[in-house]
Design a protein around this ligand. Sequence first.
Ligand SMILES: Cc1cc2nc3c(=O)[nH]c(=O)nc-3n(C[C@H](O)[C@H](O)[C@H](O)COP(=O)(O)OP(=O)(O)OC[C@H]3O[C@@H](n4cnc5c(N)ncnc54)[C@H](O)[C@@H]3O)c2cc1C
Length: 386
Amino acid sequence: MPEVIVVGAGVMGTSTAFHLAERGVRSVTVVDTRHAGEGMSSRSSALVRMHYTFEQEVRLAVDSLAYFRDWPERVGRPLVFRECGFVRIVSPGEGDLLRKNVEMQQACGAEAEVITADDVLALEPRWRVDDVVAAAYEPRAGYGDGAVVAGDFLSRAREEGVTYRPNTPVRSLLVGDGGRVRGVTTDEGDITADVVILAAGPWTRPLLGTVGVDLPIESEYHEVAVLRNAPDGPAARTACIDSGTRTYFRPEADGGLLLGDFIGPRDGIDPDDFPQVPQEPNVVEMIGRAARRVPALAEAGIHRGVTGIYDMSPDARPMLGPVAGLDGLIVAAGFSGMGFKICPAVGRALAEMAVGAPQTVDVSAFTPNRFAEGNSITPPYGYSDD
Ligand SMILES: Cc1cc2nc3c(=O)[nH]c(=O)nc-3n(C[C@H](O)[C@H](O)[C@H](O)COP(=O)(O)OP(=O)(O)OC[C@H]3O[C@@H](n4cnc5c(N)ncnc54)[C@H](O)[C@@H]3O)c2cc1C
């Protein structure tokens, strides 16, 4: 069995460590600058749904949903997932694309169906649906909690013998003769291993820079508002991604509603230095947009805000696998705002890669080399705001 170092104890690194331990790989060290989950995972809206336009994404999401739903049996920790159902509303004119995507999702094992505007209204009588031509519905979707998931994966992995080194920033990758990565350098000395898995979120690019490799990962800043319930009750019990208002929202565990945006700024965004509280004018503008779908939101007060960084790849899909010219390294980054929902299956895929086992879900399309090779992912029925 190989010796493995996992850089980053977010949901990806900890899931990988968990799956390595499950396969009997005991010589695993997880290192993190801070503590497990304290990167972007703890800031995640943690929505879990299967509606994607690229088949391999859907397969990762379908497999991962099974983990979230069976968490106590699979991970040995209390259930963190909450089912709320999910509706995807696409732009008028993209209803046919939605139907094709739902067909593909069903073929991948997703419990998903196409519903009408009246069906949406039956689910959520307080929403406005006059612009809805068709929507996708997933009754089994829901949400989790990034900090808890990372903590659960890690604690379970540690019980199986995995070593955890918090407060240990990796300063550079160590490259030996023949260009093979053979470990990492920290302030407390070098740690060597047969395989290094780099799951450092938006900090991945600078770490790769220490060995002269550049992957096109950009930091994108996002703001999320947590709203109180409107005076007359919850504005939404179902989660939704809505192209009509370019917002997403879901109920919160303790009441209220979490509301986020599709896009954010990238210029000059630094994952070590970004606003920790959303700007009020931005939140007010976002609520105004979402209130076109859910008018009751106009009455909901702001409870608190969350900010965070998406590690964006050029095609907004993850980069998973070895990097050309650097044996011994596996990259897991560029999750582009979608990493939470797929972290169980991605961690399993990375563990399989590390030990050379067959892939349960084929993730070869996500190779980090695809951009240099001119093979960006283009799904057959992508949406204009995919
Ligand atoms: C606001 C927001 C909302 C989101 N909403 C959703 C959602 O609804 N659904 C969904 O599926 N996804 C969502 N995401 C995306 C998802 O949260 C991320 O894709 C996922 O958490 C990434 O996990 P990670 O382990 O790759 O990165 P991180 O959680 O960022 O972990 C990386 C770790 O690496 C460590 N690290 C960095 N540099 C070093 C170093 N040099 N040495 C050692 N350690 C290092 C960091 O300290 C950190 O702990 C959202 C993200 C944000 C920011």
